[in-house]
Design a binder for this molecule. Sequence first.
Ligand SMILES: C[S@@+](CC[C@H](N)C(=O)[O-])C[C@H]1O[C@@H](n2cnc3c(N)ncnc32)[C@H](O)[C@@H]1O
Length: 313
Amino acid sequence: VGGGGDFRLTATTGANVWATGRFDGQRQGGQVLFGRMYEDTAIESSAFAAGGRVFCIASAGCTALALAPRHEVVAVDINPVQLAYAERRCAGEAGRLGVAERFMSLARHAAPMVGWSTVRLKHFVEMDDPPAQIAYWREHLDTRRFRAAADGLLSLTTLRTVYAAPFLNFLPPHLGAVMRSRMARCFALHPNRSNPYARALLLGELPALRAPPEARDIELITADAATFLESQPAASFDGFALSNILDGVDCAYKRRLSAAVKRTARSHAVVVLRSFREPDTDFPRNRAADDRAMLWGIVDVTLADSLTYPRNT
Ligand SMILES: C[S@@+](CC[C@H](N)C(=O)[O-])C[C@H]1O[C@@H](n2cnc3c(N)ncnc32)[C@H](O)[C@@H]1O
């Protein structure tokens, strides 16, 4: 697959920043940006009823691969290089590092300087009692030097050296403090030992996900999500895993995608939509704390019928 139809972006979609496959805003030389996904597929797996047809953003292919055994999966990505990588993973190739992982690996070099010895980190990721984890986190890992380093690394000044403006405009202020609190929230709730995202983030040990036999049936398409859905028959999907593709896009694109999702949704279809943004205080259905990837401010799981992307996205 990896092609088919003309699903290129129009200038009005506001989503084309991802199409170039670059974080730095260059228009040439598309890259694999994500070697793995940092979205807890347990959310999608529990949200979508078995046997349905689901639309998902391909990214590194992790969500598509996790859903394939129980769903008919259509995976779409606007970055052709990323889509080709997801396609290779679905065909059984091992994963590799993307630009995001290389950035995190560089940051991890500073670990010993903030008091994060390998011994401590290995002990921490093997813990399985959340109250003990959060006590260990506070005592040994959430050091003053770590807080200063995280705040510096995640400051706009540093991020601007790697990411073009459209990838930064939607980030919450004081991102370092926000991310530190999302990490602590996760360690206080989910056993580290069974959390692959904790190992990935802290040690750079990426899960070696094997493609299930059903992966050969995943339909992979290079396309903009809204443009692709607009080409699909009405009432043709039971679930939508939209990643955080509404972060940083304009209202016109949000409305377009929302209309395309509603039109192509079967009754009781469910949408999962993430965002880096901080939620409004009054957003009770937010599932961000349940997502063991720990990065998200908003994980909205809702019926497609009632999709009103959260005010903050
Ligand atoms: C939104 S990004 C974020 C990364 C993601 N949270 C993860 O952990 O993999 C994921 C993927 O969405 C793709 N993408 C972004 N906007 C898109 C759109 N409008 N249509 C299709 N794919 C899109 C990007 O190319 C990228 O591969």
